[in-house]
Design a protein around this ligand. Structure first.
Ligand SMILES: *Cc1c(COP(=O)(O)O)cnc(C)c1O
Length: 232
């Protein structure tokens, strides 16, 4: 199947999941997770109508920007970002989805100030509390969220998560429900400079469950581009 056919199929599945949940299909965006795919593949996905692209690695982002691969769609950063690389990302992407520490928040804020911009970001939540994953632990949020007001060159637009790899279909749902609860709690407490307009959750394997539980943006790689070749 071509990239265009894959995108069309995913759109239909997104629509079905939205309608089943009583949600407006237009309220959910499709982000193409483009890691390890070529500039041409990215262009094809954009032509097929994905809403945005998400890149994982700084080096790949820099290279594809130089190739004008993302022309016609916003690009987001969705991978782990080291503080010493913020210069290559801040101002180059419309959203950094994967902000996972107070140190990184401070570094992005400082770089955005230097550039005279406000950088939109999401806070990544380590919703399965896994050693191997980055992200804020849910219990940490109460301490972190009041501090965001001091970062005037950052705007928190919402939350992102990557749940633990499940064994069967439906295993992610419990984590999406937890994310939904966290978002409701944040809205209720009204922190300065923190919005939860964007809930980035759901990937190739579990996006219908994410949509059923309030996702506003799914990040899909394999189902659009096919399996990644990790030997390269
Ligand atoms: C690779 C990746 C995705 C997409 O994963 P698929 O299972 O290929 O759809 C989504 N989010 C992040 C952060 C990723 O690194």
């Amino acid at each position: 199947m071509s990239i265009a056919e894959n995108v069309a199929r995913i759109r239909r599945e997104m629509e079905l999941a939205a309608l089943a949940a009583g949600r407006d299909p237009c309220s959910i965006q499709l982000c193409a997770a483009t890691k390890m795919n070529s500039a041409d593949a990215v262009r094809e996905a954009i032509r097929a109508g994905v809403d945005c692209c998400g890149e994982n690695r700084v080096q790949e982002l820099t290279q594809k920007l130089a190739e004008n691969a993302y022309e016609g769609a916003p690009v987001h950063f969705i991978g782990h970002l080291q503080t010493n690389k913020v210069r290559q990302v801040v101002g180059k992407v419309s959203l950094i989805q994967s902000v996972d520490s107070l140190r990184l928040l401070a570094a992005i804020d400082a770089e955005a100030r230097r550039q005279g911009i406000v950088q939109d970001i999401l806070l990544e939540i380590n919703i399965g509390i896994e050693e191997s994953k980055s992200g804020f632990a849910p219990e940490e949020l109460e301490d972190i969220l009041p501090k965001i007001r001091d970062f005037s060159n950052i705007c928190v637009k919402g939350l992102m998560c990557i749940p633990p790899i499940g064994e069967k279909n439906g295993d992610s749902a419990i984590f999406f429900k937890k994310m939904c609860k966290i978002s409701v709690d944040i809205i209720r407490k009204k922190y300065d400079n923190v919005k939860v307009d964007c809930m980035s959750m759901g990937m190739s394997q579990d996006f219908p469950d994410a949509i059923a539980n309030g996702s506003t943006m799914i990040r899909v790689g394999t189902a659009i581009f096919g399996a990644r070749d990790y030997r390269k």
